[in-house]
Design a protein around this ligand. Structure first.
Ligand code: FES
Length: 388
């Protein structure tokens, strides 16, 4: 054994001695053509992950009295990146002195993105959505983030049977998922329960009927709470209603709608004792706290070489305060999950919205915060990266 060790050690020494001349020889024999300026892998990565994009509004139409569809083309490149059906983009809008962003699920399919077409449908509710529904016009340009988000089908994680439940404007990601299935870019079997108060409030009904007629793996059930219709179910989307159409236990659920719909469905599904990974809910933005008399606090923001001193109300998130002050702070999901707004806490007290703390343990320990879900409790000082 000792002898073998000595032999190997000796051979290693010989190889080591020869290493420099061998390298020199190989370098001398190498091609003298210049290195490529572009690498295909990097080009593909840039195409798939452009970061921020400039997009122009090319068409609009009202789908219902309150939901407006907006179609965009990308102006800084030939096409939008391919994405996963169900993902969202964040749209940045300048309203007065404020620079504000909101995430919106993509309605169009990943294939349409390659034809430089991206469609969003926006409900007229709130500051930014109200602006986009009432004021945005064809030709307006916006900054848009690349598609992001975890609300999409994942072959290894999800059952082949997916049950999608949409409430009101929560239909948007499912139109993309249905289209992607028909395009054969996805391979699930999808049943969609789409709830609204009345038939008039069902957006994309004709589109969904057209898609389901083309694909045996897609079925759509409309559920109206406030009126009866021969082609629709009446009432709410309950477990017993879903059981009429499909087996619930061997399925993955995708839910998108208002908070009361989530609360109701989680109660309905709890007797099934489904594993956590079987229910996906689309994230909702973190809003203001219901406080009658919010306190006005001082927020000191370090951004690169500049320091801004602004006002932050105790009932609004640090991100909202920065946007109202016109600061270009990075954000995407506005729900605490993506980590894109990740910033350094310097001083002051704060609280994180309940159930929204998506920070990693190390971030918590070393004083990083997500301003999109953080409310100031005292005057605060933070260090924030610039969005772009
Ligand atoms: S914007 Fe996603 S975590 Fe803050």
């Amino acid at each position: 054994m000792k002898f073998r060790k000595q032999i190997f050690g000796f051979m290693d020494m010989l190889r080591f001695k020869k290493m420099v001349p061998t390298r020199r020889k190989m370098l001398a024999n190498g091609a003298d053509t210049p290195l490529p300026q572009e690498y295909r892998t990097n080009m593909l990565a840039d195409k798939l992950h452009p970061g921020y994009m400039e997009a122009e509004l090319t068409d609009t139409r009202f789908l219902t009295e309150t939901i407006r569809e907006l179609t965009f083309r990308r102006v800084d490149s030939d096409s939008f990146p391919f994405f996963r059906a169900g993902q969202y983009v964040s749209l940045q809008v300048k309203i007065g002195d404020s620079v504000v962003s909101r995430p919106y699920s993509i309605v169009s399919t990943p294939r349409q993105a390659l034809d430089n077409k991206l469609v969003l449908a926006i409900e007229n509710a709130g500051f930014v959505s109200g602006y986009l529904c009432e004021k945005a016009k064809v030709g307006d340009r916006f900054i848009m983030t690349e598609p992001s988000g975890e609300f999409h089908y994942e072959t290894l994680r999800d059952s082949k049977n997916i049950i999608c439940v949409a409430g009101g404007s929560g239909i948007t990601p499912f139109v993309s998922m249905a289209g992607s299935l028909v395009d054969k870019d996805e391979s699930y079997s999808m049943i969609l329960f789409y709830g609204a108060r009345s038939a008039k409030q069902l957006a994309y009904r004709a589109e969904l009927d057209r898609l389901s007629a083309r694909c045996s793996d897609l079925r759509v059930i409309y559920v109206l709470s406030d009126e009866s219709d021969d082609d629709c179910e009446h009432g709410f989307i309950s477990a017993s209603l879903m059981k009429k159409y499909t087996e619930l236990s061997d399925s993955t659920f995708f839910l998108c709608g208002p908070q009361p719909m989530y609360d109701f469905l989680m109660k309905e599904l709890s007797p099934l004792q489904l594993p956590k990974k079987s229910i996906h809910r689309d994230a909702t933005c973190c809003g203001d706290l219901p406080t009658e008399h919010p306190e006005e606090l001082k927020l000191t923001v370090h951004m690169r070489d500049e320091i801004f001193i602004i006002t932050a109300n105790s009932n609004e998130t640090l991100l909202t305060a920065m946007e109202h002050a016109g600061l270009n702070a990075p954000n995407k999901c506005r729900a605490g999950g993506c980590g894109f707004c990740h910033s350094k806490w310097i001083s002051g007290s704060y609280k994180v919205a309940e159930g929204r703390d998506g920070r990693r343990e190390a971030d918590r320990k070393f004083g990083f915060i997500h301003p999109c879900v953080t409310y100031p409790v005292s005057d605060m000082e933070i260090d924030v990266p610039v969005a772009y």
